[in-house]
Design a protein around this ligand. Structure first.
Ligand SMILES: [Ca+2]
Length: 399
């Protein structure tokens, strides 16, 4: 290995590879429930301890209270109202319950529609019957133009501030070719922050006064952070309130970012913490200077991994359960293609990563135990892993 490669690897996480990981095992759960392309599991804050499974193909199912049971309940079926040209990355993509779901009965979804191709963020309401939603209650909050079928993102989460955070990919294709992530006039390649409980002039939502670009007449006031490629999986740590977000890379680096208001996370000037050379070549081809604008502050990821460990990162949430004490405060994430699962510890005081445990390493990379599309806490805060091929696993302590 040459010295340059060693330096890159050291800077992106290798020193922790030799630390002994907590002993865990992956257990299949809800095995009798029909699961198709799961992308999210959400538990509303209403004391019911119900687990809502989101399927990319358009359904939201309430999982049975006993994991051994086969009886899921169909909460909402959007199969025929979403629009999918290519189902690999389009479809029903995100769900977030209103923080006061018990009182409001409202929840929020992201999904694809066509003609024109777009990512829709919409509000829905529960019907009179608690275990079903009313499809006619749809209220579209905003629609993001999507030039391509890929890189939609669509992750949704409420922050500790009560605002809704919406993750949006860079417009797709490859090489950041649409050049949208760095443009503050567009929603693509951003995290947006909106207030679903108020209305700003002419909008179906409110713009929080503290959003970083509200005073910039050339910027979309919804933007919270920018310079992202295709965020897939993230969460606020309920204890530190840090916002972890995975961002899928292109050719070299998968990354984990800590999202701050106004932060620029680099794409498509950088992939991981390296310069993205393809952009330079592209800009030269366009006859433009391939330089980063002067004074532009780019925030590097807190962690990244290379093609040696995976192809497409899937976040993630910060574990605060009781079952695996060694993982307390760790961000659990994995790789969709290789099936690796890790737990990363970030020390907010020291501002550094202090551990990155390799929790599960498949023996056969071509046929991993799980191809994770999401990691979510169950009602007790214990980790659930969604498998792209249609299964759900638990992470439990091995002993
Ligand atoms: Ca980045």
């Amino acid at each position: 290995m040459n010295r340059f490669a060693t330096l890159i690897i050291l800077s992106l996480g290798m020193p922790f590879a030799l630390m002994a990981a907590p002993d865990i095992k992956l257990l299949p759960t809800y095995e009798k429930v029909e699961v198709e392309r799961p992308v999210s599991i959400q538990v509303p804050n209403d004391g019911s301890d119900r687990h809502f499974l989101v399927e990319q193909t358009g359904k939201i199912k309430i999982l049975p209270s006993r994991p051994e049971s086969a009886e899921s309940v169909l909460f909402l079926d959007l199969t025929h109202s979403i629009g999918v040209e290519k189902d690999f990355e389009e479809g029903l993509l995100g769900l977030a319950f209103h923080p006061e779901y018990k009182e409001t009965g409202k929840f929020y979804l992201t999904f694809s529609r066509q003609g024109p191709k777009r990512l829709v963020v919409a509000e829905y309401s529960v019907s009179d019957e608690a275990n079903s939603a009313d499809p006619a209650s749809e209220r579209v909050l905003l629609e993001v133009q999507q030039p391509e079928w890929n890189h939609n993102s669509g992750n949704l989460m409420f922050g500790p501030d009560g605002f809704l955070y919406i993750c949006i990919g860079d417009g797709g294709l490859k090489n950041g070719v649409h050049l949208l992530s760095q443009k503050l006039t567009r929603w693509n390649g951003k995290v947006l922050r909106i207030d679903v409980d108020s209305r700003s002039d002419g909008l179906e939502y409110g713009i929080p006064a503290g959003n970083p670009f509200v005073d910039d007449s050339l910027a979309c006031p919804e933007i919270w952070a920018y310079g992202l490629r295709n965020p897939w999986g993230g969460a606020f740590d309920p204890e530190t309130e840090l916002f972890y977000l995975a961002d899928v890379g292109q050719n070299l680096w998968e990354e984990i970012n800590l999202i701050e208001g106004g932060g620029n996370y680099g794409w498509d000037f950088r992939e991981g913490n390296q310069r993205f050379a393809t952009r330079d070549a592209f800009m030269e081809w366009l006859g433009k200077k391939p330089t980063e604008p002067k004074g532009l502050k780019l925030i590097d990821p807190i962690h990244g991994y290379s093609r040696a460990d995976g192809l497409s990162i899937t976040g993630g949430f910060v574990y605060r359960g009781d079952g695996i004490p060694d993982l307390n405060g760790h961000f659990i994430y994995g790789d969709w293609k290789f099936g690796n699962i890790w737990a990363l510890n970030y020390d907010a005081d020291k501002k550094e990563v202090t551990a990155n445990y390799h929790l599960d390493k498949p023996e056969d990379l071509k046929n991993p135990t799980v191809q994770p599309t999401g990691f979510y806490p169950d009602a007790d805060g214990e980790p659930l892993v969604l498998d792209w091929r249609g299964a759900i696993f638990r992470i439990v302590a091995a002993n």
